[in-house]
Ligand binder design. Structure first.
Ligand code: UD1
Length: 337
């Protein structure tokens, strides 16, 4: 992929985290030169395969400027962020600081260093509660939690900076990312995870006593929340497609990353149960703060613009790869649930 750009380096912030590490692996496999900046607050050193890891924070202007300069960085893929919706409701300033302010700092350094391309990790949470539970890129943005707002503000900065002659960008709005590297090399190792598929795998393997279903009275087919679950391997490939698009001179754009159909919490539990061979133990609880009832992507634009073609649009495959990784991890039993 990088045949015309032997000198170009890609800086991946948050590259030791769940999604970032999967992207790093694909970039390295494609022959790209990659350097990772991660403060290891939620990421893992061992998840960075085939790339140099610099331990530090995106908010550290001196470190970011030095890294861009010394590595000849041409493209930045920016994943470093806090991403847990209920945590953002409880501690909004942490999200505005860690996500929005740190991104502003990074963008300033990128502008000053002449970085040409940025691929930004945004979120479906910018849509809030879209009408009919579906969102296309033209759906009005109306976040209902600080996490979504913190990412939307970063999108605005990217847009305005590009209009002022700054880097071209692709902002990818992720829907619900799940599953792990199909080859089993890396996965989701987050401690105290909150993501449904991971929590369900932990419950299946007895690392938790049960899973709590948050809300059974939504206006959805079975009363539980509906999301568009996308395999992390397909999501990672979208970043490489975005890179190719930008290098080919593509204009700045914002794209949904989802398959275009949704599953309920109960359907996800059933899939993990099938992968494990026994039902996942659960209890029913009230709704969780900040959760929309349904969030599904209209994903025509990413397919048309980048030529992105998903390979793992299969909830059972997502469950199997997530469970396989969970089995590999140490058998830590969480307190509480
Ligand atoms: C996830 C992402 C968020 C992204 C959003 C897009 C993370 C940590 N979260 O949030 O960044 O913006 O997708 O849609 O990456 N649920 C339970 N029990 C549980 C956990 C979850 O019932 O123990 C339910 C939730 O109420 C929700 C669904 O499962 O209906 C998915 O929740 P979760 O996996 O936490 O993801 P989101 O909150 O949608």
């Amino acid at each position: 992929m990088n045949k015309n750009a032997a000198w170009q380096t890609i800086l991946v912030t948050g590259g030791a985290g769940y999604i970032g590490s999967h992207v790093v692996l694909q970039l390295v496999e494609a022959g790209e030169r990659v350097v990772v900046l991660d403060d290891l607050s939620t990421g893992f050193r061992e998840a960075v395969i085939g790339a140099e890891l610099i331990v530090g924070n995106v908010g550290d202007r001196v470190l970011v400027a030095k890294t861009l300069r010394e590595h000849g960085v041409d493209t930045v893929m920016h994943f470093a962020a806090r991403t847990i919706v209920p945590e953002s409701v409880a501690d909004p300033l942490r999200y505005y600081g860690n996500n929005t302010c740190a991104t502003r700092n990074l963008l300033e350094c990128c502008r000053d260093a002449g970085v040409r391309h940025i691929v930004f990790s945004s979120t479906a949470a910018v849509y809030g509660i879209p009408e009919g539970g579906r969102a296309s890129e033209t759906t009005p943005t109306a976040p209902i939690n600080p996490y979504g707002s913190s990412k939307l503000m970063s999108e605005w900065m990217l847009r305005d900076l590009a209009a002022a002659g700054g880097p071209c960008y692709v902002a990818l709005r992720y829907f619900n990312v799940a599953g792990c590297d199909p080859s089993g090399r890396i996965g989701q190792s987050t401690k105290n995870a909150t993501l449904l598929v991971k929590v369900a795998c932990e419950a299946a393997l007895g690392k938790r006593g049960h899973l709590s279903i948050f809300g059974t009275d939504y206006a959805t087919p079975d009363g539980t929340g509906v999301r568009d679950y996308i395999h992390v391997d397909d999501l990672a490939r979208a970043h490489l497609d975005a890179l190719r698009y930008l290098r080919d001179g593509g204009a700045s754009t914002t794209l949904n990353c989802g398959y275009g159909h949704g599953y309920s919490v109960r359907e996800v539990l059933a899939a993990v149960g099938r992968a494990h061979g026994t039902p996942v133990p659960f209890v029913e609880e009230p709704r969780r703060a900040g959760d929309p009832p349904s969030l599904i992507a209209v994903s025509d634009r990413i397919r048309g613009t980048l030529g992105w073609q998903p390979r793992h649009d299969d909830l059972d495959f997502i469950a199997r790869t997530a469970l396989a990784w969970e089995r590999k991890l140490a058998p830590v039993r969480h307190s509480g649930a």
